[in-house]
Design a protein around this ligand. Sequence first.
Ligand code: ZN
Length: 342
Amino acid sequence: MEKRRYDACMAVPNLATILKRILKQPTAPFHEYHVRAEIEALLKDCPHVKLKRDKFGNLLATYKHGKTKASPAWVLAAHMDHPGFVKKPGAKKTEWEFLGGVPPELVEQGVARGLRSKPVGEIATWNFPTQISFEKVEAAACDDLIGCAVIIATLWELASLNLSTTCHAVFTRAEEMGFLGAWHCAQKWPFGKKDIFLSIETSRPVNGAVMGGGPVVRVGDRLSVFDSDAVSILTTTAKEQGIRVQRCLLDAGACEATAVQAAGFRAAGVSIPLGNYHNIDSSKQIAPEYVMMNDVRSLIDLLKALVATQHDGIGERTIRERVEMRMEEHAAHLKAAAKLFK
Ligand SMILES: [Zn+2]
């Protein structure tokens, strides 16, 4: 059978379509099935991509084309849940429970303002329309459906360009409840030992990060600092490609990189600056979340370059090499000064 490959008649979904289709899915912690089904539908015809579900219900994808083995391979990760209402398990009559990090009094005010959507099965979300313009994306749940959409768009772009590389993706469950899906994934770790987990998030911009300033290469989050080499590969790739990024400590929250790193694997994180994080606006009202489109596009460009590049000789010398060169370079000074130390 002839291998499926990109040709002119293949229907490549564009970014706006991917965003629209993912962002309109209702989701909540533990109830990520609508999002997962849509990701599967969007990727099922993507050349070189194979999909798999793990026992926890996370969705795994591998893009593999050609013989070049990327080492380390990247594992792009985004979570499929968002704070929202779910039916209380075991309750006799319908009782809604809000899951995720939003202060209860703000949830109550939101409900009182009539902002809770009609239930979709066992889920209810904040009732805001999805609005996608050239500049901005606004939706009930950008965190982390934007991350999911970015990964889907990246995989499609790799396929469209027919790029030879290997990379993985994982779409996780129940991040908002303490990284449960990512933790399961790290316990099983179906990837190479040295492969790097890269959390693709949307986050509140802090410590100098700004909306529209480019994706943020996180040096860490509220709980841990990330793999130093991975962070430097990210910033070097951005520089080489002329992609504007912001290198910051985003410590207003924690992300799945922290969980995977705690489980013993290399991890780092990239975030798109997020407005109205967890649906809270500057006047402490429930509101739609939003991100800037140029940050989204830049992140896709960065990820594409990242997974398509060999990082062994990335152009910059390692810290060890640099210090050793300096040691040789300044040998005469060292020797001259040495005799003055008594
Ligand atoms: Zn998130």
